[in-house]
Every structure is written in structure tokens, then in C-alpha cells.
Design a protein around this ligand. Sequence first.
Ligand SMILES: *[C@@H]1O[C@H](CO)[C@@H](O)[C@H](O)[C@H]1NC(C)=O
Ligand SMILES: *[C@@H]1O[C@H](CO)[C@@H](O)[C@H](O)[C@H]1NC(C)=O
Length: 210
Amino acid sequence: MAPWLRLATALLPLAAARQHDLTARQSSTTVTVNLDQKYQIIDGFGCSEAFQRAVQMSKLSEAKQQYTLDLLFNTTSGAGLSILRNGIGSSPDMSSDHMVSIQPKSPGGPSSTPQYVWDGSDNKQLWVAQEAIKRGVRTIYADAWSAPGYMKTNGNDANGGSLCGVGGATCSSGDWRQAYADYLVQYVKYYREANVTITHLGFLNEPELT
Ligand SMILES: *[C@@H]1O[C@H](CO)[C@@H](O)[C@H](O)[C@H]1NC(C)=O
Ligand SMILES: *[C@@H]1O[C@H](CO)[C@@H](O)[C@H](O)[C@H]1NC(C)=O
């Protein structure tokens, strides 16, 4: 289902509730919705085009690209999503359909001079970010799914493992905490050079999944 449609279906029941001052009943459970009671602030709604989704969008015709971007981010002709979440790649290559890292190969050790690689595309996520900004998006959240494998106890960017140097995680290659922080900052710098300000930066995703 298209994100804007999902959003619309989520909002419909609320609209109905307001219209009829509805108290929903289901068997023995009673749910009363009071739309005047506020509990939290919602920063906005967003989407992610990580894991090659941005690449798929880029393969559409120019007209369909604009149509799709408008559906997501345009505040008059689309859902007007205000948050974009990008994936910071950790994979050494593209062959596995993952997101490629800006430092695919170990520079040798945590204190070695970094060997960053920037292709100016980031799996087309940079382009989506620039198009989102054109449509008013200002909150760009870049989140790492993992550190590169060579920085971790299991030598892999998937299947768990820990960043070498954090509590209980020692590696013969050394303590990679500072190198990983520098690496994440470098990702933000590459976007900055392309006039995209990353406002939020995450260093992990689902850390206890395994
Ligand atoms: C948003 O959609 C409207 C209506 O289709 C269009 O005129 C406008 O150019 C779009 N805005 C951007 C920034 O693309
Ligand atoms: C970034 O913005 C500046 C100032 O508007 C402009 O001169 C420059 O060409 C832009 N760079 C990119 C990569 O879009």
C-alpha cells in the first residue's frame, strides 16, 4: 500500500470518531476516544527509501519520478511527509542487495588513516533527500544499520556482534569506537557538501534482534 494511502486509512477512523463522538464497542471491551486529550507531540510522519528503494524510484521515467516524489513529500498534491530516514550502508559490496559502506574495506586498524569512498549517490538516497528538501522536508534522519564488519566482534555487518571497544567487546584489531564515530561524521559531511543537512544521526538499528 502506498504510504500516503496507509496514512489516509489511519486517519479515517479518527475522522469518523470525531464526527459521531463515537464510543467503539467490541464484545466486552469499550474504547473511548477523546480527541481533545493530548498526550504527546508528534514530530511528523516520514518514510525511508533505503535498501535500493531509492534506486528503484530513480529507474522510473522523469515524469513518474516527480509524481512519486510528490505523492510522498508534496504538501499540496501528496502526503506531505516531513521526515526522511536514510540508511547508512555497512556492506562491503552491492552484490547482496544491501547498502554499500563509505569505507567498504578496513583501512588496516582503528588508528590508520581512513579510506573513505563516496560515489555521490549513496544508492540514490542523496537524490531522494534533495528532492524531499525541494518539497519542504527539513528533518533528515540518517541511521546506520550496523558498523562495518571489520569494526565488530563477529567480523560481519549482519548477525549481531558488537562494536569493538564497547563494554565486553574486545577485539585483536583494537578499539574502533572513535573510528566509527569519525566514519558516521564523514557520512554527514558528504551530505553537507551536497547541500543536504542531516539533522539526526543514529549509530545502530535493532541491536538486540539476534
Ligand atoms: C507540488 O505539487 C503541486 C501540484 O501538483 C505542484 O504545482 C508543485 O510544483 C509541487 N511542488 C514541488 C516543490 O514540486
Ligand atoms: C550548494 O549550494 C551552494 C549555494 O547555493 C551552491 O553554490 C552549490 O552549487 C550547491 N552545491 C551542490 C552540490 O548542489
